[in-house]
Design a protein around this ligand. Structure first.
Ligand SMILES: [Ca+2]
Length: 442
């Protein structure tokens, strides 16, 4: 079988409900909807973390964030620690299978030399290293800088800093992606397209804003930024078709975590929570281990190779590494991952399910087992105290996690609490023994 090309498209802080194939009714994402129509749309795909860096670390390494060495939002200054080459990425693994690898867009897995994309499996890198940046000047303004809040310019081509003042970042990421596909059309390639949209600052050119004249400002700018991404996905698909690669290319799309309610999304000085993005019917946002923080829109497309359908069994972004590696001819057993290959499910509907899935975010720990979800010390929002020490829900009956079954189901609650605590203990131990020292340098 011909080796498929692989494109992984990631959006940033895009909520579960922020595209029309997932239920948005106030704006359309026609290109994403078309991918969903002809591929597999997941209704229970999870990111491995409710924030950027750990979510990305897990997607790229197939491990839980704590086992990949990235558990928190990483700093944006130029000595920041992050992912190191002793934890292989899917790019490293596919390179060994003969693939040319590229990243267009956001890294956010460290800025020290050994943490950068070129040291972690990517032949080509066009993009930025911190968590977000001004969409036109490509400057990182948001604190977390080395010793203070000084702005840092953050646009790169491989190891070289480049300046492209005024080049709208979303369009630039698309253009660099199309260029990569064009240059590598004759060899198997892996391309990671990590859009920064719709992460703050909320910037979009008039032409996208003009598509949504009737929406309130917070929603209008969100729709405009996502519409620019959707156009980009259309351009990437059009290039694949021009090169006659569409049916030989896996295109996987997901968001990295739930919508942000951070007041930084406003650009008029106000400090109110921002509600431009939506997690649909789920409770919680970015930073929360309730569903709204971690359940994400996801689509797996492979030209005409898949039976189009909706999959509602729970899966996690860590499954992508073994899945893609197997699809490209490798054996998932070659790498140590927490994720499992879901390729048999995608190709033949053979069930590939985890017994349980786990998450951690600072004081919060969560677990999903079948229809049940347990959240320990779960926070609905990052600036509020925990909602309850133990919150147990049945997601089949109550996807919005409104009713706490902890008292009504004490046996299941005790069993899951124990399993979650044991998992968390393992993460803490690995962290202390293997990764904590990396961060003493920052
Ligand atoms: Ca994010």
């Amino acid at each position: 079988m011909k080796k498929p090309n692989v494109i992984v498209v990631l959006t940033d802080d895009q909520g579960y409900g922020d595209l029309s194939c997932m239920g948005a009714t106030d704006f359309k994402t026609p290109h994403l909807d078309a991918l969903a129509e002809n591929g597999v749309r997941f209704t229970s795909m999870y990111s491995a973390s409710p924030v950027c860096s750990p979510s990305r670390a897990s997607l790229l390494t197939g491990r839980y964030p704590g086992n990949a060495g990235v558990r928190a939002i990483l700093a944006g200054h130029r000595r920041a620690s992050g992912l190191t080459p002793d934890v292989p990425t899917i790019a490293t693994a596919l390179k060994k299978l003969g693939y040319t690898t590229g990243l267009s867009g956001k890294w956010h897995l460290g800025l020290r030399d050994e943490c950068r994309p070129n040291a972690n499996g990517f032949d080509e890198f066009n993009g930025f290293l911190a968590g977000c940046l001004d969409y036109y000047s490509h400057i990182f303004y948001y604190g977390m800088a080395d010793g203070g809040n000084n702005p840092t310019h953050d646009l790169w081509e491989n190891e070289n800093e480049v300046y492209a003042n005024g080049d709208y970042l979303t369009e630039r990421i698309t253009r660099k992606s199309v260029d990569f596909i064009r240059r590598h059309a004759d060899e198997p390639f892996f391309l990671y397209v990590a859009y920064n949209a719709p992460h703050y600052p909320m910037h979009a050119p008039e032409k996208y804003l003009d598509r949504f004249p009737d929406l309130p400002w917070d929603r209008r700018i969100m729709a405009a930024m996502i519409s620019a991404v959707d156009d980009g996905i259309g351009e990437i698909c059009a290039e694949l078709k021009r090169q006659d690669l569409y049916n030989d290319t896996i295109l996987y799309f997901q968001s990295d975590n739930g919508p942000s309610r951070e007041s930084r999304n406003w650009l008029d000085g106000r400090n109110d929570p921002y509600y431009g993005g939506t997690a649909g019917s789920f409770t919680g946002h970015k930073f929360s281990l309730f569903e709204g923080g971690i359940r994400i829109p996801a689509i797996f497309s492979w030209g005409n190779r898949l039976q189009p359908r909706i999959v509602d069994t729970p899966h996690i972004a860590a499954d992508l590494f073994p899945t893609l590696y197997e699809a490209c001819g490798g054996s998932p057993a070659d790498y140590e991952t927490d994720g499992i290959s879901i390729l048999p499910m995608l190709l033949n509907d053979t069930p590939c399910e985890h017994e349980a899935l786990f998450w951690e975010m600072e004081g919060q720990t969560a677990m999903r087992m079948g229809d049940y979800k347990l959240v320990l010390n779960g926070q609905l929002t990052e600036d509020q105290p925990s909602r309850a020490p133990v919150f147990l829900s049945n997601l089949r009956n109550d996807p919005g996690e409104t009713e706490n079954l902890a008292d009504a189901m004490p046996d299941l609650c005790a069993e899951m609490t124990q399993a979650a605590a044991l998992w968390r203990e393992g993460i803490e131990k690995t962290w202390a023994e293997r990764f904590a020292a990396n961060y003493k340098l920052t």
